[in-house]
Ligand binder design. Structure first.
Ligand code: A3D
Length: 321
């Protein structure tokens, strides 16, 4: 008989639980919720399974503290670790989450080496790099979710400014998932019209656009400040599910993600946010765009910030090459 795809969620907290719910609603496959917390993933699995009769989905759902139960997973989505509290930057999470990536990476290496792995744990670009190192999986099968979310935030704010549907707004965000991320106005459009043209057409002003770009950069912190007990989880989960679906259904989606770039965009072997094509081969392609001088300067700054975090990881864990 044909088996359903198997989706392992490593970390079953706020994002992990939302991932499980969305994956079930979309019938992406059978779902295993993993967490070190005892009972919690089992409880969420039961709760979501019991929404099945009303929603009418078929998906097996289980919770576990044992990596053996992720065996053969087609997709692993990693949220294990700790999130931000108000006043913290993503980078403050590095030390504690690096240790978590070690155990998660080894668990995936030993039990799900053929999976497509999507990391969400922050600081994103450094953690996806570390997860790849610890798991030893091929680079094209390990990536990080950030660009889909950052561009969704940009699209949301732009749709409010222009009073048009979010569906007709495209946005382009490059670089690391941090304060240095690079929303590119020139490649962001409303119905195909680039933002600089819309400024010239009087739809908005450069000042307002600059404020929207800054709000996008601070989009995560805005929500942390409001929630006070943790960080965003609905949109982050949706964004990762979009990437998982692109892989499982071989959609060849053009999505920004933290991918391993070796050659394109002038980069030599590092993880950072770039436009990619995601399909059945994992990250199948890095889109090698041409930046202008200002864009390149912003991108370089972001790349340097990511390199600094990776160097910090190496300083903490000597086993990292
Ligand atoms: P939270 O609800 O705390 O869930 C994290 C879960 O990880 C908890 O249930 C922990 O028990 C579990 N955990 C801790 N250590 C381990 C371990 N060693 N093995 C397995 N599980 C473990 O957090 P969350 O779901 O809100 O956020 C998860 C992560 O995503 C955080 O690092 C956030 O900073 C990050 N995040 C990233 C984005 C991006 O766009 C990249 C957005 C929002 C949050």
């Amino acid at each position: 008989p044909m088996a359903r795809p198997k989706i392992a969620l490593i970390g079953s907290g706020m994002i992990g639980g939302t991932l499980a719910h969305l994956a079930a609603l979309k019938e992406l496959g059978d779902i295993v919720l993993f967490d070190i917390a005892e009972g919690m993933p089992e409880g969420k699995a039961l709760d979501i399974a019991q929404s099945g009769p009303s929603e009418g989905f078929d998906a097996a759902m289980s919770g576990t503290q044992s990596y053996a139960d992720i065996a053969g997973a087609d997709v692993c989505i990693v949220t294990a670790g700790v999130p931000r509290k108000p006043g913290m930057s993503r980078d403050d999470l590095l030390g504690i989450n690096l240790k978590v990536m070690k155990s998660v990476g080894e668990g995936i290496r030993d039990h799900a080496p053929n999976a497509f792995v999507i990391c969400i744990t922050n600081p994103l670009d450094a953690m996806v790099w570390a997860l790849r190192e610890f798991s030893g999986l091929p680079h094209n099968m390990v990536c990080g979710m950030a660009g889909v979310l950052d561009s969704a935030r940009f699209r949301h704010f732009l749709s409010l400014e222009f009073n048009v549907s979010m569906r007709d707004v495209t946005a382009f965000v490059l670089g690391g998932h941090g304060d240095t991320m690079v929303p590119l106005a020139r490649y962001s459009t409303v119905g195909g019209i680039p933002l600089p043209d819309l400024v010239r057409m009087g739809w908005t002003t450069q000042d307002k656009l600059d404020a929207i770009i800054q709000r996008t950069r601070d989009g995560g912190a805005e929500i942390v400040g409001l929630l006070k007990t943790g960080s965003a989880y609905y949109a982050p989960a949706t964004s990762a599910i979009e990437m998982a679906e692109a892989y499982l259904r071989d959609q060849k989606r053009v999505l920004p993600c933290a991918a391993y770039v070796d050659g394109a965009l002038g980069l030599k072997g590092m993880y950072v946010g770039v436009p990619t094509v995601i399909g059945g081969g994992g990250v199948e392609r890095i889109i090698d765009i041409q930046m202008n001088k200002d864009e390149q300067a912003m991108f370089d700054k972001s790349v340097d910030a990511v390199k600094g975090l990776v160097a910090a990881c190496k300083a903490i864990d000597a086993s990292l090459t």
